[in-house]
Design a protein around this ligand. Sequence first.
Ligand SMILES: [Zn+2]
Length: 955
Amino acid sequence: MASAWRRLGFYVCFLKSKLNGGPDIISRGRRVIPGCARGIYSATGTWTKEYTLQTRKDVENWWHKRIKEETSKISEADKSKPKFYVLSMFPYPSGKLHMGHVRVYTISDTIARFQKMRGMQVINPMGWDAFGLPAENAAIERNLHPESWTQSNIKHMRKQLDRLGLCFSWDREITTCLPDYYKWTQYLFIKLYEAGLAYQKEALVNWDPVDQTVLANEQVDEHGCSWRSGAKVEQKYLRQWFIKTTAYAKAMQDALADLPEWYGIKGMQAHWIGDCVGCHLDFTLKVDGHVTGEKLTAYTATPEAIYGTSHVAISPSHRLLHGHSSLKETFRKALVPGQDCLTPVTAVNMLTQREAPVVILAKADFEGSLDSKIGIPSTSPEDASLAQTLGLPYSEVIETLPDGTERLRNSAEFTGMNRQDAFLALTQKARRKRVGGDVTSDKLKDWLVSRQRYWGTPIPMVHCPACGPVPVPLQDLPVTLPHITAFTGKGGSPLATASDWVNCACPRCRGAAKRETDTMDTFVDSAWYYFRYTDPQNAHSPFNAALADYWMPVDLYIGGKEHAVMHLFYARFFSHFCHDQNMVKHREPFHKLLAQGLIKGQTFRLPSGQYLQREEVDLTGSVPVHANTKETVEVTWEKMSKSKHNGVDPQEVVGRYGIDTIRLYILFAAPPEKDILWDVKADALPGVLRWQQRLWALVTRFIEARASGTLPRPQVLSNEERAEGRKLWEHKNSVISEVTAHFTEDFSLNSAISQLMGFSNALLTGVPPSRQAGFYRDSPSVPRQPPASGKLSDVLPTATSGWPLSFPAVLGPHSPQASQRVVLHSPEFEDAVCALTVMAAPMAPHITSELWAGLQQVPGKLCAHYAWDAGVLLQAWPAVDPQFLQQPDVVEMAVLINNKACGTIPVPQRVSRDQDKVHELVLQSELGVRLLQGRSIKKTFLSPRTALINFLVQD
Ligand SMILES: [Zn+2]
């Protein structure tokens, strides 16, 4: 026996007294690492029976860098394998990681590990959304250059992410503020410009009259004053760059139908875009028959009736009356507030060449977000009445045939068409002539991308007095940011101060010209970053088409709900555009979307609105009061923030509880899309702490049994013991099936953990879940799903033992143990323990790595389908056994009443998932008649997979 131990290098410390050749065997064990008194098996060769706080620390110390090294060795090169692209929204490098980051990256890391175990080629890349205002503010306030501030934050945050044991594809790291990235942002801007999708127009900005500078929305406080000078902010018209997102409104609206459900976010996207039923058309403006060079764009919901135009209406707040238009005075003279005013300006439709007068309407608010629209009396009674009032001529362009169909007349080439055909033909012709015609809503606006800031991607355009705006030739990209050292926050765009940089030669005529001094909205940088991850080092193009075609679309995109509209919309827009440029074959960039909820902390607020720290609140009375003033304090849950004193520092909680515990807590506390209420006071981690101890106790028990000196022999098991094994086999298969579904379909990783907890219980107690009294506590199928609030203290059993839980506490007072013979001899038991450890690995990689190391050394293994020479994260994800899928015709349904097992009834397989039918069958059965007749049933819970129905009745 001793020789067998020696050969396997296996030793279990607590058995040494039982073994004859003790000292001999001890000498085979690995040396205890100096300074690591207790140590763990991987370090010392001695299995640690208790999972204490120290064990947890030893496990994480040992495995942290090993897991990282192991993960980085997995190659992504094999393109014959199916791929999985999991993407978490990249962070702004503020320098501080917060709990929201920890949540999103824990989810993506878990999914990435799971998909790797399924044999997929996985990328889980990470980068930095590194341009933006805070860096510039740091420069103004603290005299730090935005670049060095940003780079030092990136360095710090990388370390923090590393400390959390997150394994990203770091070789794909991108940083949007580096020229090798923004070169391609500029390239895409020029492609948009060439396609007619980037243009300049006057638009309102926030103007600080004291500092004489444009302010970002974030720099204007809630009273409409400048963050810096305190001056009342004014609105001022400036010529700015727009991206014509409305050109893709219809395509993006329609494509939503092909995407799977996005937690309500598809609805928000659809709402943001609006009903795409009309289009904008372009007009040139004339005064007294003279062409002015001014243009106007106006919307109509019935472009097919365009030949019936009577006028073009603008609102009193239209830029033509307020900006720098040469017609401003003409319009202002014509304006009589409160009246619909005919102006001497006429608008020439660039498609039809027909002229109609421009009218300033009395009402300021048009439909949607419009400030101009085409008046067509044939399709609008309101327009007809205005035309009559002002005496404007127009022609009727729609006739209704006796059969009710409507046709066009007086409409040039469109005459005779039905309205639908005319709509299509006319909008198509307008698009071809580039005079509008993109089908869009009256709501969606084009995207204003100009920012009068330094720390952003320079817009790669040159303004030439002779040629107008000219794009920088592609071979001259990137247009790098000039190095500016003096940031004052005053006096216009910072780039304008770099005169050597601003003054340049026109790329077209070589004459003296000036560079555009606006930079791009940072949403442009993040609108295409997911493409760059597929080919991050490409020096010749934004990305290689073949690589993008392989990796795209992103299989799972994870991020905050706050990006449901703008970021996702812009990112989808860029992907649609790149598709039309033949840069990528997929149109939609993100297949599944997981919008994770917030992590909220408890706040204490005085009636004045002032937030208190927890220490300032007296919680001993019936209502919480301010400890000093005794004022009543309002207690609520809010998004964590420094100013509300309700934040949690990720580094601190990880230091305190360990990486695996925090990972498990975050995944278990609520379904990903729900908010987590971080209950600090209750120290609400007992559920996941206890589960880790159970896993440890289970593996320890198995190791003990196998180290007893007897080799496993399945043939010695009795029929009853085999039946016990069979139950474990069934349970294992059902858990694999459920957990896999949670990982791939609904991402309810909390339910996946519940399943695994229930399975651990069954293995420790030897009682299948359907027979476990109180099983419901850890079963997700009965009502222990975290409530909508996600508040952990509502979910967990109330007995909250701290570290460390002792063995009996883990098992519960009356749990019968699985028979020692089953533990030792049953292949199903071995398989179940291994499958459980493997399935827990993506969520808790450290503890499972150590448990696996213990399992690897167990002698006489019965299961050959595990890769015993490899770590737990390199195991294949357990598969459901094919025999399990061949379901019997009749299911023995376990009946529980108030969580107590009361017997079973046979239920036909085909109805065993139908709660109402099963409920009915139980009531009709002898058992139901005997135990439930006349009692008031409050609620019923069916768990189809475990073939269990639980009746909650009033006693
Ligand atoms: Zn020129």
